[in-house]
Write a protein that binds this ligand. Structure first.
Ligand code: MN
Length: 202
């Protein structure tokens, strides 16, 4: 067994229905995410990777071969994405996180529009992100399995929320309707977890 492992989800594959369906969750976690774990273990089998954590690899990703970037990002991004999903019953961000969103974007609705737009307009496969950058919040997106912690990222920062917009994340249920997937995803953002990520950055 390699040193990187597929984390268990803290909820059932059908817990996010009807916004993300059970089959998509099962394939996404047990096949796609699992493949990134397997391929990352293969790509980091050499002695030069001894003792390296995933965080260390990500932050210095320009020093490593492309398979480490693609699969290391794949593992990191999915670990993070799963932790941020929970039916929120229409509840939005509160407290200091809500204040920071208002300060950085004007209002929650303006933030939502900006994030949704970043997710919808990311060409091909990639991710949308809410990051903390020099004490302020910003929205960005990355191609493939890149993320804003990587030293090669166009816009760097500490991520506190992300959305997977690879077709494998939504195609079974939504086909080509990525904007509908994005709109429905707002129902399953775990704002307590985002707030906890935000609190850790400061
Ligand atoms: Mn994915």
């Amino acid at each position: 067994m390699g040193k990187f492992e597929l984390p268990k989800l803290s909820y059932a594959y059908d817990a996010l229905e009807p916004f993300i369906d059970k089959t998509t969750m099962e394939i996404h976690h047990s096949k796609h995410h699992n493949a990134y774990v397997t391929n990352l273990n293969n790509a980091t089998a050499g002695p030069e990777f001894e003792g390296k954590t995933l965080d260390e690899l990500i932050k210095n990703i320009s020093k490593y071969p492309v398979p480490v970037r693609n699969n290391g990002g794949g593992v990191f991004n999915h670990n993070f994405f799963w932790s941020l999903l929970k039916k929120n019953e229409g509840k939005g961000p509160e407290g200091k996180l809500a204040d920071a969103i208002n300060a950085s974007f004007g209002s929650f609705d303006e933030f939502k529009a900006k994030f949704s737009n970043a997710a919808a307009t990311r060409f091909g496969s990639g991710w949308a992100w809410l990051i903390v950058q020099d004490g302020k919040l910003a929205v960005t997106s990355t191609p493939n399995q890149d993320n804003p912690l990587m030293d090669i990222a166009e816009q760097k920062g500490t991520p506190i929320l992300t959305l997977d917009v690879w077709e494998h994340a939504y195609y079974l249920k939504y086909q080509n309707r990525r904007p509908e997937y994005i709109e429905n995803w707002w129902n399953i953002v775990n704002w307590e977890e985002v707030a906890s990520n935000f609190a850790k950055v400061k």
